[in-house]
Ligand binder design. Sequence first.
Ligand code: MLT
Length: 411
Amino acid sequence: MVTVNDNYLKLKAGYLFPEIARRVKAFAEMNPDAPIIKLGIGDVTEPLPAACRIAMIKAVEDMGDRATFKGYGPEQGYAWLRDKIASHDFQARGCDIDGAEIFVSDGAKCDTGNILDIFGKDNAIAVTDPVYPVYVDTNVMVGHTGEANDAGKYEGLIYLPMTAENNFTPDLPTGKVDLIYLCFPNNPTGATASKATLKKWVDYAKANDAIIFFDAAYEAFITDPEFPHSIYEIEGAKDCAIEFRSFSKNAGFTGTRCAFTVVPKSLKAKSSDGSDVELHQLWNRRQSTKFNGVSYIIQRGAEAVYSTEGQAQIKGLIGFYLENAAIVREKLMAMGLKVYGGVNAPYVWVQTPSGVTSWDFFDKLLKEANVVGTPGSGFGAAGEGYFRISAFNSRKNIEVAMQRIAEKLKM
Ligand code: MLT
């Protein structure tokens, strides 16, 4: 008899965003004329930058000419893109990262899940609470956890609460953990981490032989020069951190798919016989076995992000979404709600009115204002009583959504 991976049966009902989509679909079927505005999943709405489109069109033409046609590319990504990433995103910020340490991929979501392939089964794993659900669910899928309790917490994971009291930056674990997921600017709370905060984590990781999975998918939204964009801005991070980045949110590639992961060559972990193993080598082995690289056309589009025009155009996009976030913050505060995030981040984290749960607030906004957000409890037990609003939408939709919410909350 064929058996399944039982670990999947431990997963809570549905991945958060499909679950929201299911509820929205059911509502829309019952109310076909409802003018629903979606501020739930952080999916971009504005068109791809012209520099990227022009580069992709040219790349399509390259594919139509025998002299410039490309078949399989390097699984790790083309050197011309990896080198640009290294020099622009890292070396320009004083980080000693080389193009060869960068692995181009089709998404930070996939990479944060796939990275578990190269780690052992017995690591103590810490996640924040609330957390981007992918980190938790992928650990469940590979069997790193037991069952979930009533609060949705999985046995075997160490949850680090992020609350208003700790400014949504988790305290260090009290015991020893091996793998730690950090995401800054944070999804879902929109919090940012200072250099001092990240240094505390790097020091902890080094002292405990731990590795940090640093998700920096939203780094482009940092406008305050005080905040680091990469964990490698912290001395010593090359020996204890893997960083995940994406073109999804800065350049609008959510549907185009391009991202990258930095695995420094100096990063090591132990084999079961106690010898040192280079993680770069293992990830390279994993990628070249299970992945054939991102398409040439898309990589050319991503490369154009680093051109002068591309840089100006993505700055415009990021500025636009940050203005949306500022409008959301301001309007919600004017309604008397307590609001966090949305300054160096595209997510606004709002405390629900007293006594209203995250899902109740979701239902109320969907039914009465026809606005979709994300219930904070979907990101973890500590997210209960919060609601996430994404700034990724047109200006008009943001304004109409805020106006509708204001009207409904008044009643
Ligand atoms: C989110 O809404 O949290 C993000 O869009 C999820 C993602 O980037 O996969």
